[in-house]
Design a protein around this ligand. Structure first.
Ligand code: MG
Ligand code: MG
Length: 256
């Protein structure tokens, strides 16, 4: 069942999103060669708890950390570790929190120090996929319009769209209906309504989309070991412009 949030409920999700944005902006400043993802995880947990919120990933179906930190060919659900990051690597950071009972979920990818042009292009195109998709999260559009926008832009740029993982509805639960795939035809699926809140999250590989799950039971890795980028925000469908709840003030039309 898709839950429709009231104006007041969207307001609470806006507060959760604003806090999550602050956490991510702080983490971004810490990413450099030599730092460990375990350290980023500690910092994120402290920021979240000090603000009176709860890290939603920690303990979710047994997931042991506040952050998912996925490096290079890891797609999502990477475990923070004590292995120092190296110059030129590609790090994806995914984080979720609960504030006053309401969830927010957001992810970004960033180069570690100086990365090559191809890595920067993968990160940029993945972000563009998100913005183009978020711009479709409008009352009266269909869910497939979001999915199609991601696939079209990724494939036009020669990249693979991960198919086994997708975005999702979000609210008082982290994962609500509907699933939000990153591929598929436009004009199909559920009709979007004001008050729907969706985590839109393109996961884009430099190579092909098939993945496998690591022995830890969580981490998704591309089978061809091509590097992967991830970008996610919690988005509210409104009667006007889509609102990016986990990126206060962001202009949804930034890549149009
Ligand atoms: Mg996420
Ligand atoms: Mg998500």
């Amino acid at each position: 069942m898709i839950t429709i949030k009231s104006t007041e409920e969207v307001g609470k999700m806006r507060k959760a999103g604003a806090l999550l944005h602050q956490v991510h902006e702080h983490l971004r400043t810490l990413i450099e060669p030599g730092i460990t993802t375990a350290y980023l995880d500690q910092v994120a947990e402290k920021l979240i708890r000090d603000a009176g919120a709860i890290p939603s990933f920690k303990g979710y179906q047994g997931f042991p950390f506040t952050l998912c930190t996925s490096v290079d060919d890891e797609v999502v659900h990477g475990f923070p570790s004590n292995k120092p990051l190296k110059e030129g690597q590609l790090l994806s950071v995914d984080c979720g929190l609960i504030l006053d009972g309401w969830q927010s979920d957001s992810a970004f990818s960033a180069p570690v120090g100086k990365a090559d042009e191809e890595t920067l292009r993968l990160i940029r195109v993945t972000e563009e996929c998100f913005w183009l998709a978020a711009n479709q999260a409008r009352e009266g559009n269909r869910l497939g319009d979001i999915s199609h926008a991601v696939q079209e832009h990724a494939e036009k740029n020669g990249y693979g769209v991960i198919r086994d993982m997708c975005g999702h509805g979000i609210g008082m639960e982290m994962h609500e209906d509907p699933n939000v795939p990153n591929f598929g035809p436009a004009g199909r699926g559920v009709r979007l309504k004001a008050g729907m809140t969706l985590a839109i999250e393109p996961m884009i590989a430099r190579g092909r989309w098939p993945i496998y799950i690591d022995d830890n039971g969580w981490t998704a890795i591309t089978r061809d070991h091509s590097w992967c980028s991830h970008y996610e925000h919690t988005v509210a469908v409104t009667t006007g412009e889509p609102e990016i709840l986990s990126f206060p003030g962001a202009d949804v039309r930034r890549f149009l």
